[in-house]
Ligand binder design. Structure first.
Ligand code: SF4
Length: 499
C-alpha cells in the first residue's frame, strides 16, 4: 500500500490515551471517518465506553446475518474479548481475524494481509458479504479499509472503522455496520434491479429499526393489520436481500432511536421516519396515529386498529398492575419505552438513564416522561445512574451489571436490564402484561436483601474483598507510600520527555 501507517503510542487503548489515539488517527488520514462518527454519535458526560468494547455491536450485527463473513482487525487482546463475548452470546459462527505486530503495522503489511484475507474469504458459494472491522489500533494507525475492493466475484466487501475512541457504546456500533450495509444496498437498488426478499408482504410495510424481542415484530404486525400495513424486514437485517425489503417500505419505525446512520439511509431513500413505539395505551395510541399518518392511511382504519387493540392493552395493564418506585438505566436504547410502560402499569419512575445519545426519534417518549415528572438522562454515566439510584432509593433498580451490583450491596432489589427486561415483549397487549410478574417477584425480595447486607456487614469490600480471611485484610506496611513514590517518579519521568 502507499498510505503511511502511523502507529499509536504503545499501551493506548480503551481505558487510556484517548486523545493520543484520536490525534494518531487524524494524522494517519482518518479525519473524515472520525468526524462522521463523532457527528453521528456525539459524546456526553463520559467520553470513554463504560460497557463492553463498542465493536461488539458491529460484530454481532455481522455474525447474525446469513452468508456474511466478519473479520476483525485489531489487537489480539481485543479480539480475544470480542470472540469470547460473541460465543458467550451464542454466535455459532467463525470470527475472522487478521493479526499484526508492530512491524506489519508500520510497514503497511497489515493492510495487504487484510486484503489477502478478504480475497481468500470472498467466495460467492459461501458468502454474500465480507465485513472487515477496524478496531482501535488499526483505526488509529490509518489502515485504509476504504481502499479494499467494493466487490469480489459478486461478494460485497464492507470495511468499517469502529474504534472505542470514536463510538461511545456497543449499541451505536450496531448502527455503524447496519448503516454501512443499508447504504451499500440502497446504492445497488438505485443502480438496477435487485433480489426480492424471501418473504415479501403484499401490503405496504413498516420497517422496524432496532434489535427487538422476537415476539414484538409479530405483535406489531397485528397492530398494523387493520390499517392495511404489515411489518417488513427489520434493521439490523438477517440476510442481505432483506436490506432491499427494509428500504422498500412505506414508513420506518425508529423503535431504537440511536440508529442515526441507518435512519440517514432511509431518509435518503425517501422514506418517512416515526420515532417511539407502541407501548402502553398512550404510547400505542400515539404511535398508531403517527405511523398511519406517515403511511397515508385513512383515519377510519387507524381508529379501527385502536378500537381493536387499546382495550386489550388496557385490560392487560389492569390485570397486571405494578406498584413500585423504580429507576431505569441501560444501554439498549429502549430505556425510555420501558419506563413509559412501567408508568402506565402504575409504577413511579423518577429517573431514566440511557447510555445512548439524545435524538429527535426519542422526543415523543422524552416529552411524555418529563410531563409525568421523570428525569431523563441521555448519555448517562454509571456514576449518574448510581447517584440517581442512591437519591431515589427505589423499590427496584433496573440497570447495567455494575449498577445492579451497587444496588444489591445497598440492599436494593435490582434487575439486569439486558437479560431480564430486553428478553420480554414490550409492545401491544403482550408487552403490557410482561413486566409485572418480575417486578413483583423482585420487590418482594427487598427484606431478604436487607438481611443479606446485615449478614455481610463488616466483611471486607473493594480491594479488601475475598474468601478465606478471618478479619479485614490490611495493606502491607509501607505499600501505599511505595506506590505513591513510584507513581510520582513515573509522572516526573514522562513530563521530562521532550524538555
Ligand atoms: S477495540 Fe475495544 S477492547 Fe480494544 S482497545 Fe478499542 S475499545 Fe478497547
Amino acid at each position: 500500500m502507499d498510505g503511511m501507517i502511523i502507529p499509536p503510542e504503545t499501551g493506548s487503548g480503551c481505558h487510556g490515551g484517548r486523545e493520543t489515539m484520536i490525534e494518531a488517527a487524524r494524522a494517519a488520514g482518518k479525519s473524515e471517518s472520525l468526524d462522521q462518527l463523532m457527528k453521528d454519535y456525539p459524546r456526553g458526560p463520559h467520553d470513554q465506553p463504560q460497557s463492553m468494547c463498542p465493536a461488539f455491536g458491529s460484530l454481532r450485527v455481522g455474525l447474525r446475518m446469513r452468508r456474511t463473513a466478519t473479520i476483525l482487525s485489531g489487537s489480539a487482546c481485543c479480539v480475544y474479548g470480542l470472540t469470547f463475548t460473541s460465543h458467550f452470546y451464542g454466535a455459532k459462527r467463525t470470527v475472522g481475524y487478521v493479526p499484526f505486530n508492530s512491524e506489519t503495522l508500520v510497514r503497511g503489511q497489515l493492510y495487504e494481509d487484510i486484503r489477502n484475507a478478504v480475497y481468500e474469504t470472498a467466495k460467492p458459494a459461501d458468502y454474500d458479504t465480507v465485513v472487515v472491522i477496524n478496531l482501535c489500533v488499526p483505526t488509529a494507525s490509518g489502515v485504509p479499509l476504504d481502499r479494499l475492493p467494493k466487490v469480489i466475484d459478486g461478494v460485497r466487501i464492507i470495511g468499517i472503522d469502529v474504534p472505542g475512541f470514536g463510538v461511545p457504546t456497543h449499541a451505536e456500533a450496531k448502527d455503524v455496520l447496519a448503516g454501512a450495509m443499508l447504504r451499500y444496498a440502497r446504492l445497488e437498488a438505485e443502480a438496477g434491479p435487485v433480489l426480492r426478499p424471501r418473504t415479501q408482504a403484499e401490503l405496504p410495510t413498516v420497517t422496524l429499526i432496532g434489535e427487538l424481542f422476537p415476539v414484538d415484530p409479530v405483535g406489531v404486525g397485528a397492530l398494523l393489520a387493520p390499517m392495511g400495513l404489515a411489518v417488513g424486514p427489520q434493521v439490523p437485517s438477517r440476510e442481505w436481500r432483506d436490506l432491499y425489503g427494509a428500504l422498500d417500505c412505506a414508513v420506518v419505525g425508529a423503535v431504537h432511536p440511536f440508529y442515526t446512520a441507518s435512519i440517514r439511509e432511509m431518509l435518503a431513500a425517501g422514506r418517512p421516519v416515526v420515532g417511539s413505539g407502541p407501548v402502553g395505551i398512550e404510547g400505542t395510541d400515539a404511535w398508531l396515529s403517527a405511523i398511519g399518518k406517515a403511511a397515508n392511511v385513512t383515519a377510519d382504519k387507524i381508529d379501527a386498529s385502536k378500537a381493536k387493540f387499546l382495550p386489550a392493552i388496557r385490560a392487560a395493564l389492569e390485570a397486571n398492575p405494578i406498584s413500585a418506585r423504580i429507576t431505569v438505566s441501560g444501554y439498549e436504547g429502549s430505556e425510555l419505552l420501558v419506563a413509559r410502560l412501567l408508568m402506565e402499569a402504575g409504577a413511579t419512575v423518577p429517573y431514566v438513564g440511557t447510555a445512548c445519545p439524545k435524538t429527535e426519534w426519542s422526543d415523543p417518549d422524552r416529552i411524555w416522561l418529563e410531563a409525568h415528572g421523570t428525569h431523563v438522562q441521555y448519555r448517562a454515566s454509571l456514576e449518574q445512574d448510581v447517584a440517581a439510584m442512591k437519591d431515589v432509593k427505589p423499590d427496584l433498580a433496573l440497570g447495567t451489571t455494575p449498577l445492579v451490583q451497587e444496588a444489591k450491596s445497598l440492599g436494593i432489589p435490582a434487575l439486569y436490564f439486558t437479560n431480564m427486561v430486553s428478553a420480554r415483549p414490550l409492545f401491544g397487549p403482550a408487552g403490557a402484561g410482561a413486566l409485572a410478574a418480575i417486578v413483583a417477584a423482585q420487590t418482594k425480595g427487598k427484606e431478604r436483601f436487607g438481611r443479606m447486607v446485615s449478614f455481610f456487614d463488616g466483611v471486607g469490600k473493594g480491594a479488601t474483598a475475598g474468601y478465606g480471611w478471618k478479619e479485614i485484610p490490611k495493606d502491607p506496611p509501607g505499600s501505599k507510600e511505595r506506590y505513591r513514590k513510584a507513581r510520582e517518579a513515573k509522572a516526573k519521568a514522562s513530563s521530562a520527555v521532550g524538555t
